[in-house]
Ligand binder design. Sequence first.
Ligand code: URA
Length: 175
Amino acid sequence: VAMLGDSCLKCGLYQGCKSPYMSGHGSANPDIVFIGEAAGAAEDDQGQPFVGPSGKFLKESIQSVGISLDNVRFTNAVRCRPLDNKTPTNTQIKCCAPYLVDELTAHTPKVVVLLGNTPLKSVLGLNGISAYQGTGCIERDGIKYVAAYHPAYVLRQNNSTTQQDWVRSFGDILT
Ligand code: URA
């Protein structure tokens, strides 16, 4: 939904990117919605979430546990690319949260996967992804949430402990 609400005026990120208000992409009736942080360079360029290196790694990980990409949807906690790929501020996260809530309400997934601290804050109001990833399913109001590291973090860390945590999170999605 491309639109410019009061919260967009307050946030301002729409002014600095090529593909503002980027919608989610994927199944309209998904089993699982994966929520990232915000669009990166490749996403802003192509106007679609998770089409860059993080997205490639994420999609390979999803398929490696036997989940078809046909049954999932990808979106972001913040719909515009932050300048210099900065981590979104709490204000930016809050300004964008209503759009994410609308998307989750419209698509009613069975499981919501929170990739990193930004969607963890936006959706569950929790802070500190390291403490919440690997804790299995978090159930709230009949919806299952799984917290996982952000794929860019896993790629950057490039160590076996982080990779094992990442794989375990994908196991939790299936339980
Ligand atoms: N691509 C996205 O769309 N979101 C992220 O958080 C990272 C890469």
